[in-house]
Design a protein around this ligand. Sequence first.
Ligand code: PXP
Length: 250
Amino acid sequence: MLLLGVNIDHVATVRQARYRNADSGEPDPVLAAHEAHLGGADIITIHLREDRRHVRDRDLELLTRTCRVRINLEMAATDEMVRVARGSGVLMATLVPEGRQEVTTEGGLDVRGQASRLRDVVAALRESGIGASAFIDADLTQIEAARACGFYACEVHTGPYAAAFARAGGDITRPELSAALGQLAVAGAAVGGAGMRFHAGHALNYANVGRVAALPGVCELHIGHAIVSRAVFVGLREAVRQMKSAMAAD
Ligand code: PXP
C-alpha cells in the first residue's frame, strides 16, 4: 500500500511568523498532525532545523507523545540532531542536506561524498531503533552509496520531475517530462533492487502526484506545501483526503 507522509513544517512557519521565538501560539503543528491523521495521513513529517526557524523542540516532544501515526523526522546529519533524534522516541529519520538560507530543501544529500560520516550516523540511529532514509537525487551512484551506508530507504527527489511537469503542462508526450519520469522510475527500480524502500517527495502537488504514485515499487510519498496550501481553503483534513484521492487516481 502506498503511504502518504504529510509535512507540517509550513503550519509551524505561520506560527513563527507571528510568535518568533516563542514555543506556543497558533496555528499549532501538533493539532495539524491530528487533523492530517484524521484526513488519512499515514506518516507525519517534520523538519527540525538547526536554527529551529519553524518546527521547535516542543513540537517534536508533543508529537512523539500524542501522535498516533509514525513520525518521520527530517534532519541534518549533525551530532546535535543525532542526539535529539535518539532521545525523541521517533522510529524514522530522513537525512537531508541543510542550508541556512534555503526556503526549502534544495537538492539531494551527497551520500557518496560523505559516506564514512553517514555510515556512522545511520548506525547510531539504528542503535536507538531509528531507521534512516536518505533524501537523494535520482542518481544511481548515490543509491549505491546509500545501500553501502546502511540506509533502509531512499527518498528520491521529485523536484526536477515536478518542474518538468509544470513546463510541459502535464503533457506526458513531451520528451522532457517523460524523461524526468523515466529517471524516477529507473532510480526507484535501483532502490528496490538494492533492497531499500523507495520513497519519493518534494514539489509534488494534486496535478503531478498521480504519475509518481503509479511508479512500480514506490512505498511512500512525502508532501507538504501543496497540502498545507490547499488546507487554507478547505481545511487540513479535507486537503489530505483530496491528496489521497489524487494519489489513487492514475
Ligand atoms: N521531502 C523532503 C526531504 C523535504 O525536505 C520536503 C520539504 O520539506 C518535502 C519532501 C516536501 O516538499 P514539498 O513541501 O515541496 O511538498
